[in-house]
Design a protein around this ligand. Structure first.
Ligand code: 5AD
Ligand code: SF4
Length: 467
């Protein structure tokens, strides 16, 4: 989602007359786009902006902006924490980026105080629009500072175009925000409620991408499969996208298990372009924990979904997200999560330690329930061990298969390229970089556990095809 938001900001800025450069040293404006999901991500951002301050000391005119969910979450307090930051902008402010940067520039050149009512304590000057306090303009010793923090009920970035990297694959956001309230999660507070784009626009965009040579699209949304627009639900949109001329692969992320329906699964089964891959964020394998997380499903119903998908799409690769040490999770309850992993055998698991996010309901659970950090770390390590072992076993069982691979880039070693199978597994094989965007078939020769080493099959190695 953040890669896609980065592309969106680049598109907006380019149309606003800015030129995009890759190195901070070459830039007049540096935007650091951020995630607020876990504390660790935020700590890294603070390190990054303080590094940028080193550059700014040499070039005082440089503008440092922090955008995205962490910016929204911390708001103007970020300006206190990192006084060299000039701009703080939440995810609903991107449309106005060029104007906002222009306003900063004008404010710094005019030396006049912006008009408004100054807060006697902080010197902050609150200006409309966007609701009280949602756009804050300040003047510090170093110059003007702006915090753009309004959440917009209608902002779904309709009509804005990304500046995408040239390549065979494209991210296509179809939904922003989230209507769920999982008790650990900050997303609804920093991205607002669910907003869906027009299906007509989404399809037009994908047709245009296909005409430019894109063959793979990934539909994005916080709960992507709850998408509905003017009566068009997600399964119908997915089917239409899969039928766009030139689109050979369609993926989507992240679905909510509750909206994995028979209808969705049958589109996955029937549409050749929809890849045999599903991310199914389980979060935990214990009903009491799931209930306190407000996930709105039980382990049994999740297992039913897994069965339903596997019945319809037998070769489907499943991945998941798991949080360990949610407040109040007992040792036995954690073991239930390990049990779920063994029962489902996910091809890939993204694993996290619970991270308390201010303002989310889980932080108000009794302090005594919070799991000791060392215990949380031990659970995480155990979970990773179990999920990696399962992944290695599954992948070892796939050695010998011949899979279609889309070449996405170079491998780590010279003369190697990297691609992905329909089931979202990474394969590295010999080839040159001019193969980017090619579809080919590779024999999976061995696995490192998570990825594969393959060799192209076809004219060169006909014998190996008959595995
Ligand atoms: N602590 C740990 N992990 C979290 N996630 C979301 N919020 C938190 C949190 N507070 C995880 C969930 C989600 C993934 C994107 O991040 O597993 O699916
Ligand atoms: Fe967060 Fe839950 Fe919404 Fe996912 S569904 S973004 S975990 S609130």
């Amino acid at each position: 989602m953040n890669i896609s938001d980065g592309e969106l900001m680049e598109g907006i800025l380019e149309r606003g007359g800015y030129e995009i450069v890759r190195a901070p040293e070459d830039a007049d404006v540096v935007l650091v786009n951020t995630c607020a999901i876990r504390e660790h991500a935020e700590t890294r951002v603070l390190g990054r902006v303080s590094q940028l301050n080193g550059l700014k000391r040499e070039r005082p005119d440089m503008v440092i902006g922090v955008t995205g969910c962490m910016a929204q979450r911390l708001g103007e307090t970020l300006l206190d924490q990192a006084p060299y930051v000039d701009l703080v902008m939440g995810p609903d402010g991107y449309r106005g980026l060029p104007d906002t940067l222009g306003r900063l520039e004008r404010a710094s050149s005019s030396r006049s105080r912006p008009r408004g009512l100054a807060d006697p304590d902080t010197g902050a000057i609150r200006v409309a629009p966007g609701g009280p306090g949602r756009i804050v303009e300040r003047r510090s010793k170093r110059g003007p500072q702006l915090a753009v923090l309004q959440l917009d009920m209608d902002e779904n970035y309709q009509g804005l175009e990304q500046r995408r990297a040239i390549g065979p694959s494209a991210w296509v956001p179809i939904q922003r925000g989230c209507d769920h309230r999982c008790t650990y999660c900050i997303v609804p507070y920093v991205r607002g409620g669910e907003k869906n784009r027009s299906a007509i626009d989404v399809l037009a965009e994908i047709r245009a991408l296909a005409e430019q040579g894109v063959t793979e699209v990934t539909l994005l949304g916080q709960t992507v499969n709850s998408y509905v627009w003017n009566g068009v639900g997600f399964p119908a949109l997915l089917r239409d996208v899969a039928r766009v001329d030139g689109i050979r692969r369609v993926r989507f992320t992240s679905p909510h298990p509750n909206d994995v329906t028979e209808e969705l699964v049958s589109v996955m089964a029937d549409e050749p372009a929809v890849c045999e891959q599903l991310h199914l964020p389980a979060q935990a394998g214990n009903d009491r924990t799931l209930k306190r997380m407000l996930r709105r499903y039980t382990v049994e119903s999740l297992l039913d979904k897994v069965d339903m998908v596997r019945t319809a799409v037998p070769d489907v690769a499943l991945s998941t997200d798991i949080i360990v040490a949610f407040p109040g999770e007992s040792d036995d309850e954690f073991r239930d999560t390990l049990e779920l992993m063994r029962a489902v055998r996910f091809d890939e698991a993204y694993t996290y330690k619970y991270s308390a996010r201010d303002g989310t309901p889980a932080t108000r659970l009794p302090q005594a329930d919070f799991v000791d950090p060392l215990e949380a770390q031990a659970r995480l390590e155990q979970l990773i061990e179990v999920s990696r072992a399962i992944q290695s076993e599954i992948n070892a069982g796939e050695v010998g298969r011949v899979e279609e691979v889309l070449v996405e880039g170079e491998g780590r070693d010279d003369g190697q390229i990297r691609g992905r199978t329909r089931r979202n597994k990474v394969v590295v094989f010999d080839g040159s970089r001019d193969r980017l965007g090619d579809y080919t078939h590779t024999l999976l020769k061995r696995t490192t556990g998570a990825t594969f080493v393959g060799s192209e099959v076809g004219a060169k190695e006909p014998a190996t095809v008959a595995v």
